[in-house]
Design a protein around this ligand. Structure first.
Ligand SMILES: C[S@@+](CC[C@H](N)C(=O)[O-])C[C@H]1O[C@@H](n2cnc3c(N)ncnc32)[C@H](O)[C@@H]1O
Length: 268
């Protein structure tokens, strides 16, 4: 049980000095939740114990860094990927098909599915006979609630143009921005654990699962790729994070469309 004077400040100072993450940029509660998950994994009971563990096991610093940035996301993260989605992937999917189904797996606070929804909205506005549905899932119900609410700080709006903000968001009296219903209507947010082995939907045309699998073992990553392969329609697309890769055992299931931006299609 962690008490009030519990060595949290000393640990925070150490984190700021070593992994250069400014803890004060985050809510204290968030930092504590993440630390707790690492403390469970390292079987340490108190903050001083964990600090000692960090001193004695330097590789744990990388795990902690990943744990602290685990929910990090942003609108149009890796702009080139969204450019390809807009110019190649989505037009190809709508070719000869009126409606498409997308699964955004590990969606965190929603910036990824809302970015895709912004692109879809433009395509659908230009041809009213088209439609799309995004299922956006995450294991963490705290971030999922934020995603559903669709309320973002001015800082989070950084990569969006003034035109995008005006079109897709309402400025609230407190200075935050809320996603407009026309984007929210394209997305269903659902809790889902990628380790469960079952997709939340089938016959999908596009799956994005980006920057999610840092903690997964090679076997878990391979199982995930097999699940995605089974959930996609023939020729469906799979988009990974830029630093993620397909393991040897499963790379034969997909054809690379763009190996730098990690865009693949399902092989039959
Ligand atoms: C770094 S964020 C990535 C957000 C977004 N995909 C992006 O690239 O910007 C990783 C997300 O994966 C989620 N996640 C981690 N393990 C998961 C699991 N087993 N099942 C579902 N989501 C998971 C985390 O809760 C977190 O919100």
């Amino acid at each position: 049980m962690i008490t009030a004077d519990d060595g949290f400040s000393a640990l925070k100072k150490y984190i700021e000095q070593t992994i250069k993450i400014q803890c004060n940029n985050y809510k204290e509660d968030y930092i504590k939740r993440r630390l707790l998950s690492r403390m469970r994994s390292t079987s340490t009971a108190t903050y001083p114990d964990y600090l000692r563990y960090l001193h004695e096991h330097p590789p744990e610093l990388e795990n902690l860094r990943n744990a602290l940035t685990i929910n990090v996301t942003e609108f149009f993260r890796d702009a080139e990927v969204y450019d390809l989605l807009k110019k190649e992937v989505l037009p190809a999917l709508f070719h000869g098909r009126k409606t498409i189904r997308i699964w955004c797996a590990g969606c965190s606070t929603g910036e990824e599915p809302y970015s895709i929804a912004m692109i879809l909205h433009d395509i659908i506005a230009a041809d009213k006979s088209l439609s799309a549905q995004i299922t956006a899932t995450d294991i963490d119900e705290v971030v999922l609630k934020k995603a559903k609410d669709g309320i973002y700080s001015e800082k989070a709006m950084g990569k969006l143009s003034a035109a995008q903000i005006q079109r897709h968001f309402t400025k609230l009296p407190d200075g935050n921005y809320q996603v407009k219903p026309h984007l929210q209507e394209l997305i269903r947010f659902r809790p889902h654990d990628l380790m469960s082995g079952l997709p939340p939907a089938k016959f999908l045309d596009l799956i994005t699962c980006r920057n999610v699998t840092i903690y997964f073992t090679e076997k878990q990553k391979d199982d995930l790729a097999r699940m995605f392969h089974a959930a996609l329609v023939p020729g469906g697309y799979y988009v990974m994070g830029k630093t993620e890769y397909l393991g040897r055992e499963v790379e034969g299931l997909f054809t690379p469309i763009n190996s730098i931006q990690k865009i693949y299609t399902r092989k039959d």
